[in-house]
Design a binder for this molecule. Structure first.
Ligand code: SF4
Ligand code: SF4
Length: 364
């Protein structure tokens, strides 16, 4: 197996360190020591030395990491355990040791172009997208997660841009961003090809607005790290809505609702945007933040992992509802379809879940 020197160094740094053990959102649900950066590093470092096979148990452990970067953010000495979690996925896949529960997703990608298979049918979305089939300067990129379970939310995003008078395009044959394949397989040719194909599509527009935080991170950070660039201006949906409020294209009437924003890790630790969603929600009402916010956010959902660890993903979302209620909040707002879906499945009685576009639409 081929591991980079950076990957080996990182695993060696983490394998005897306990310092970030409290931070892993997966470990905090399972309660298992195996779900820490340190435990994963310990087993992988033995594999990297050639002293053990990368067997099923180690492969399972590698796929139990959400690649959320909370441990990286917490690390006082600057190590990034995402490096070995992602690189070992590539080695697992290339060695033909992909866990059986991952294979159906890769097969669906081969058959349909998405790891989730055929798109969700939704008449309201089809009608809304059809209103924006013509080519314009701005692409609203919906993304794989929203197209497979959260199209009802994407309809609201389209409605909001219509209210702002934006002339934009929604593609019926939208390419995947490459995010899901990169998550499952790491830096393999197929993931790069998907990112390049998506970048070529983005390049046909002046501006691309990413509805989901995960796709924004892939296009704005991960693809660039792999040397894949595009000429279009790339922006996250919350940042674009903040801009539309700033320029008065959206005239928001401030109400008395208290909003608790669930920062997507891809937005904060990925493209370092902790400000724009709060600008948007502050225009709509009062903010009621949880303790761990911004770059310190805690994952509240992961749609790919929900395919093979559904109860753990629900557990993460349930914990975030507790965090929200502990601060006196009851209205959670999301900017990521995967987190919306997990929070929706675990919403306590008496609480409300909104997407950021729903929060704004309610104040127009
Ligand atoms: S990421 Fe940092 S704190 Fe966490 S195990 Fe590695 S060296 Fe320790
Ligand atoms: S990247 Fe996230 S899920 Fe993976 S070990 Fe670090 S904190 Fe846990």
């Amino acid at each position: 197996m081929q591991f980079s020197s950076k990957c080996r160094e990182t695993a060696d740094a983490c394998r005897f360190c306990w310092m970030c053990r409290h931070i892993c959102p997966i470990g905090n649900v399972t309660g298992q020591e195996r779900n820490t950066a340190r435990a994963r590093a310990l087993s992988l470092s033995v594999v990297m030395r050639g002293a053990a096979e990368l067997d099923k148990d180690i492969a399972d452990n590698v796929y139990e990491c959400a690649l959320c970067g909370a441990c990286t953010e917490d690390c006082a000495t600057g190590w990034d355990p995402v490096i070995f979690a992602r690189e070992s996925r590539r080695e697992i896949v290339l060695a033909g040791r992909t866990p059986a529960y991952i294979m159906p997703m890769l097969e669906r990608f081969g058959e349909s172009g998405s790891i989730y298979g055929a798109e969700e049918e939704n008449d309201a979305f089809a009608a809304a997208a059809a209103r924006h089939a013509a080519k314009t300067d701005i692409l609203l990129y919906i993304g794989e997660d929203a197209r497979h379970g959260a199209k009802k939310n994407a309809v609201k995003a389209i409605e909001l841009l219509e209210k702002a008078g934006v002339d934009f395009t929604v593609l019926c044959d939208e390419p995947v961003s490459g995010r899901t394949l990169y998550f499952l397989c790491g830096d393999v040719k197929e993931a790069r090809d998907a990112m390049e194909a998506a970048a070529n599509t983005y390049g046909e527009y002046k501006k691309v607005v990413f509805y989901d935080a995960g796709d924004a991170k892939t296009a704005m950070q991960e693809a660039k790290e792999l040397g894949i660039d595009c000429a279009a201006a790339l922006v996250s949906f919350p940042a674009y809505i903040a801009e539309l409020i700033d320029t008065k294209a959206l005239k928001v009437n401030k109400g008395d609702k208290k909003y608790t924003f669930q920062d997507p890790a891809a937005l904060t630790r990925g493209i370092e945007d902790t400000v724009s969603p709060r600008k948007v929600l502050s225009a709509c009402g009062e903010l009621c933040d949880m303790l761990l916010i911004g770059k310190a956010t805690v994952l509240a959902g992961q749609k790919i992992m929900a395919e093979y660890m559904p109860e753990t993903v629900k557990g993460m979302a349930a914990k975030r509802w507790v965090d929200c209620k502990n601060m006196g909040g009851s209205v959670m707002v999301t900017a990521d379809s995967a987190e919306y879906l997990a929070l929706e499945a675990t919403k306590p009685d008496g609480c409300e879940l909104l997407t950021i576009e729903e929060a704004v639409l309610q104040c127009l």
